[in-house]
Ligand binder design. Structure first.
Ligand SMILES: [Fe+2]
Length: 477
C-alpha cells in the first residue's frame, strides 16, 4: 500500500512535469471503497433524534447576506411549530440578542414534513464567535458559529468542498474527515441526501435523517448550498411534479442579497473569496434569468477586495469519466468564455462519483463551423475540479475514458473531500483527501496562483514550476 502510493506519487510528479509539453495527466489505479455503498439504517445513532418534546433537529446554518455579517439558521421541530426565535450572544449561556424567523411545512405524497424554521440573524460583527439557542424549555438546544473576517484581499480562509454526500458509511467517513480538516466553511456542490432513491413516505424520512446526520457540522459552520439532480425529485408516479420541492423548503440561500431571482443561483463574498453558485438544472442559455444574473454578477467581482473567484456547479464542464460524460457541455458552451475572460480561479463541481482535476485549459475558440476542436492550455482559464466523491449509495464511478485526455491532470475513483486554504491574494493551497482505511490521506495537492494577481509572479516563478511540499505531491499551476 505504502509502496503503491509512493509509486503513484512519483509517476504523478513526472507526468505533471511533462504536462507543459503536452502530455496528459495521471489516472490513479487506487480504487478504494472501504464500506459497502448502502445507506446507514434508520435506527443508527448517526441519525439520533435529540431528546425532549419537540426538540429542534436538523440544525443548519448558511451565510445570510452578501459579505458575511449574517447567517440564516434553520431547524425542524417534529411535533408542533414551537418558537421561531433564535437567542444569541457572544458569550456562552448569555443570549442578549434574539431574532424572529419563519416557519413552514410541506407534504410529499403522504409524508408530512416537520415544522421547518428559517431565521435570519444579521448585523453580526466580523471574526466573532457567537453562541445561539433554539427551541424552548428543556428541549432547547445550543450551538455556536464563527463569523468570517471582514472582506479583504489578503484575508486567509480555509474552505472545504464536498459533493454527492448521501448517507452511507462512506458518507460518514467523508464527513468526519472533513470535520478534522480545520476548514471553516463548506462549499457543497450538490446532491445532498439521495432521498429520491426512495419511494413514497421514505423520501421525506430520508431527508430528515440526512438533516440529522450532517448537523454535527452544519449547525456550527455555514454550508454554501448548490443543487444537484437528486434534488429535482420529479416523481409523477406519486403525484410529485414540483422540482426541488424538498430542497427549497429545507435549505435556504441568501439569493436576494446578490440580486438573484431564484434561490438556485446566487453569490456570496467571504473573507478574500467571491463565490458564485450556479444551477446546472435551471435554465442558463442566453437571455434566461440565470444568464442575465451571472452577466451582472461577474461585473461586480472586485479582485482588489476579493481576489479569489470561485464558481460552484453540480455538473462538471470538464470530465473524463464514462459517468456523465459530456453532460456539462451545454453549460460550457454558454459560460466558459466568461470564466476565461473574468479569470475564474477554480470551478468546483460534483455529480461524477470520483475525483478529477484539470489543467488550466479552455475550448473557447471552438464553434460548430470552425476553430480549434480541442481544449488548449490557457493561463486565464480556471482549474476544473470534480469532487462528487462524498460517498453516496450509488457507489463509485470507476470507469474513466481511455486514453486520459490531455486536459485531465489527475483522476481517481475513491471517496474523499477537498480543502482550499487561501493564504493571501496570490497563493492558496489545495488538497484532495482520500478516505482510506479510516484515515484522511492527502492525495492530490497543488499551490494555486491567483489568476488576477499571478501575472507579476509568473515570470519569476516559471523555473520553479513544480515543487513539493509535505503530504503528497504538489505542483504549482
Ligand atoms: Fe448528480
Amino acid at each position: 500500500m505504502q509502496s503503491l502510493f509512493v509509486k503513484v506519487t512519483f509517476v504523478a510528479f513526472i507526468s505533471l512535469s511533462s504536462a507543459a509539453i503536452g502530455y496528459g495527466g495521471v489516472t490513479s489505479k487506487f480504487v478504494r471503497s472501504e464500506w459497502p455503498s448502502v445507506d446507514i439504517p434508520l435506527n443508527n445513532e448517526a441519525f439520533a433524534i435529540p431528546k425532549g418534546h419537540n426538540a429542534p433537529q436538523q440544525v443548519h446554518i448558511t451565510q445570510g447576506d452578501y459579505d458575511g455579517k449574517a447567517v440564516i439558521i434553520s431547524w425542524v421541530t417534529p411535533d408542533e411549530p414551537g418558537s421561531n426565535k433564535v437567542h444569541y450572544g457572544t458569550s456562552e449561556k448569555n443570549y442578549v440578542h434574539s431574532a424572529e424567523g419563519t416557519v413552514t411545512n410541506y407534504t410529499f405524497h403522504e409524508y408530512k414534513s416537520g415544522y421547518i424554521h428559517h431565521c435570519l440573524v444579521d448585523g453580526l460583527e466580523y471574526d466573532t464567535k457567537y453562541y445561539y439557542k433554539i427551541g424552548s424549555g428543556e428541549s432547547s438546544r445550543e450551538f455556536w458559529f464563527q463569523t468570517p473576517p471582514r472582506i479583504g484581499p489578503d484575508v486567509p480562509y480555509k474552505f472545504g468542498m464536498i459533493g454527492d454526500l448521501g448517507q452511507t458509511y462512506n458518507s460518514l467517513s467523508t464527513l468526519e474527515h472533513y470535520m478534522h480538516s480545520g476548514a471553516q466553511t463548506v462549499l457543497f456542490v450538490g446532491d445532498l441526501s439521495y432521498a429520491d432513491r426512495y419511494q413514497y413516505n421514505d423520501v421525506g424520512l430520508r431527508w430528515d435523517t440526512w438533516g440529522r446526520f450532517v448537523e454535527r457540522s452544519t449547525a456550527y459552520q455555514p454550508w454554501i448550498w448548490s443543487a444537484g439532480n437528486h434534488e429535482i425529485e420529479y416523481m409523477p408516479y406519486m403525484g410529485e411534479v414540483t422540482p426541488f420541492k424538498s430542497y427549497l423548503y429545507r435549505y435556504a440561500t441568501p439569493y436576494l442579497a446578490s440580486k438573484s431571482s431564484s434561490p438556485m443561483w446566487y453569490a456570496v463574498r467571504r473573507a478574500s473569496a467571491h463565490i458564485i453558485v450556479l444551477s446546472s438544472y435551471s435554465p442558463f442559455v442566453k437571455y434566461t434569468p440565470q444568464w442575465f444574473w451571472l452577466k451582472e454578477e461577474l461585473k461586480k467581482v472586485d479582485r482588489e477586495k476579493t481576489p479569489w473567484l470561485i464558481v460552484l456547479m453540480h455538473v462538471p464542464i470538464y470530465n473524463s469519466n464514462e459517468a456523465h460524460f459530456m453532460e456539462g457541455e451545454s453549460m460550457r458552451a454558454v459560460f466558459e468564455k466568461w470564466f476565461v475572460r473574468k479569470k475564474v480561479d477554480v470551478v468546483f463541481a460534483g455529480h461524477v462519483h470520483a475525483y478529477e482535476r484539470s489543467y488550466r485549459i479552455s475550448n473557447i475558440n471552438y464553434n460548430v463551423s470552425s476553430g480549434d476542436r480541442y481544449p488548449m492550455p490557457d493561463k486565464s482559464a480556471p482549474v476544473y475540479i470534480t469532487v462528487g466523491d462524498g460517498g453516496n449509495q450509488e457507489g463509485l464511478a470507476g470507469r474513466f475514458r481511455d486514453p486520459q485526455p490531455e486536459y485531465s491532470a489527475f483522476r481517481e475513483a475513491s471517496y474523499g473531500h477537498s480543502t482550499l486554504e487561501i493564504k493571501n491574494r496570490t497563493h492558496a493551497f489545495y488538497h484532495w483527501n482520500r478516505n482510506d482505511d479510516g484515515k484522511k490521506v492527502p492525495t492530490d495537492s497543488f499551490v494555486i496562483h491567483n489568476r488576477h494577481w499571478a501575472s507579476n509572479l509568473r515570470r519569476r516563478k516559471l523555473k520553479k514550476h513544480y515543487l513539493r511540499i509535505v503530504g503528497g505531491r504538489t505542483a504549482t499551476i
